[in-house]
Design a protein around this ligand. Structure first.
Ligand code: DQA
Length: 151
């Protein structure tokens, strides 16, 4: 892995509120804590982190598309959009490298509307319910998938 390789992490709506948003479900770790964890793990893998959080569907679509030309892989938590955004699913399908979808909470044990994960259909891997560690597991998986594809 060269130091110029990048990995993109995109967080969807309300994930900028981590730490104060429903801490019983999402924990007390903040977005800043998450970025710190991601930067550390990316550096361990010799990667540069590209992080974006947006509450806007179109911005997320554009960010996925831009990430496709600079990053070896994509980790995405589309948040509420996971349950219904065809636009984000299509953007994920068009991403050239491996894609991992992440959910902080165990969506399958929550309310029934969260049991449909539309965007996950476009993911190579899905990590659910491990809190902020879900992202770290996803990063390790992306690296393995990238290396598999390269070999
Ligand atoms: C979430 C689960 C979604 O149902 C919810 O809308 C979110 C966060 C998660 O990470 O657990 O905003 O994607």
């Amino acid at each position: 892995m060269t130091s110029t390789h990048r990995i993109s992490v995109i967080n969807g709506p309300n994930l900028g509120l981590l730490g104060t948003r429903e801490p019983g479900i999402y924990g007390t770790g903040t977005e800043e804590n998450l970025i710190g964890l991601l930067e550390e793990r990316a550096a361990d893998h010799g990667l540069i982190l590209e992080y974006l959080q947006s509450d806007v569907e179109g911005e997320i679509v554009s960010a996925i598309s831009s990430a496709g030309s600079i990053s070896i892989g994509l980790i995405i938590n589309p948040a509420a959009y996971s349950h219904y955004s065809i636009a984000i699913m299509d953007a994920m399908k068009a991403f050239p490298g491996p894609v991992a979808e992440v959910h902080i909470s165990q969506v399958f044990t929550r309310d029934p509307i969260r049991r449909q994960l539309l965007t996950a259909r476009a993911a190579d891997a899905v990590v659910i319910g491990a809190g902020l560690r879900s992202y770290i597991h996803a990063m390790d998986i992306i690296l393995e998938l990238f290396q598999d594809r390269e070999s």
